[in-house]
Design a protein around this ligand. Structure first.
Ligand SMILES: O=C(O)CCC(=O)C(=O)O
Ligand SMILES: [Fe+2]
Length: 265
């Protein structure tokens, strides 16, 4: 096996992700990630049990989508401290993607080699900062204890007061695992914003006013059957932490470019 192949295997092992064995498995996962007709157990694993305020249950339409809401995921005081710290200390960027200049600011953090490719952007993670590590650890111990995959990266979104939005979209799933997981934590000490979901086939919509310190969870086939958006309603300043189950080296493996990964052996 080529050196790069060994590198990617050792990355998978050291990341502790039991879902990934080698580059070939990654390829198969990519191909199978859009297949339907699988059981809940196949998609979510045998340890999974729904939790939180369930908006969409995995059994709904047999689609294996899971959208749930945890209104009190963080203590309000800790959420406010984190909001103020991130607002003032993160190097926020306004990216231009394939749709245009983004109507929000972002910053991307993650484990080494958790490259995130979406809407024409290819983001390299900044290392986790001291302010993000405690919430990353909290997120991971909570969700892995519910049988969900580890969250290895986080895209921070900063929607300034009275402005900023994200239009209807699916999150890129090719970077995620067999049970792609996105968890969005809301930091908005001055009030709520709407988080909306739309079922692609039926157009059914769900609107959720997301509270300061809450978490929205999208797992399984959610990104295939549902879109989501943050509309531009008159609204308070909000920062979201969107944790994602990106597998280290996944993007590089898919693109066949394993450059820069040998230092991980
Ligand atoms: O701000 C949020 O909670 C969600 C943002 C989002 O949909 C995304 O980053 O893909
Ligand atoms: Fe999204």
């Amino acid at each position: 096996m080529a050196r790069g192949g060994q590198a990617i295997r050792s990355l998978m092992a050291s990341s502790g992700a039991r879902w990934w064995k080698d580059k070939n498995t990654l390829m198969k996962r990519k191909m199978s990630s859009l297949e339907e007709g699988e059981s809940v157990e196949q998609v979510f694993g045998k340890d999974f049990k729904p939790f939180g305020d369930v908006l969409v249950h995995p059994n709904e339409n047999g689609e294996n989508c899971f959208i749930t809401y945890l209104p009190k995921f963080m203590q309000p005081r800790a959420a406010t401290e984190l909001f103020e710290h991130l607002r003032d200390n993160v190097e926020w960027r306004r990216e231009e993607d394939s749709v245009g200049v983004q109507e929000r600011l972002t910053a991307y953090f993650g484990d080494p080699h958790c490259t995130f490719a979406y809407v024409g952007l290819r983001l390299t993670p900044q290392p986790w900062t001291g302010s993000l590590l405690p919430i990353k650890n909290h997120v991971n111990s909570f969700f892995t204890s519910h049988g969900l995959p580890p969250l290895t990266a986080c895209l921070l979104n900063n929607y300034e007061q009275g402005a900023g939005r994200i239009v209807w979209h699916h999150d890129e799933v090719r970077a995620h695992g067999s049970c792609p997981l996105v968890v969005s934590i809301t930091l908005s000490p001055d009030g709520n914003r709407l988080f909306e979901f739309r079922h692609v086939a039926s157009k059914r919509q769900v609107s959720l006013p997301v509270l300061h310190g809450s978490a929205v969870v999208m797992a399984g086939r959610t990104q295939l059957h549902w879109q989501h958006r943050l509309p531009c309603t008159p609204s308070p300043h909000r920062i979201s932490l969107t944790f994602r189950s990106i597998v280290p080296g996944y993007e590089e493996g898919l693109l066949g470019s394993l450059k820069g990964m040998d230092d991980c052996q």
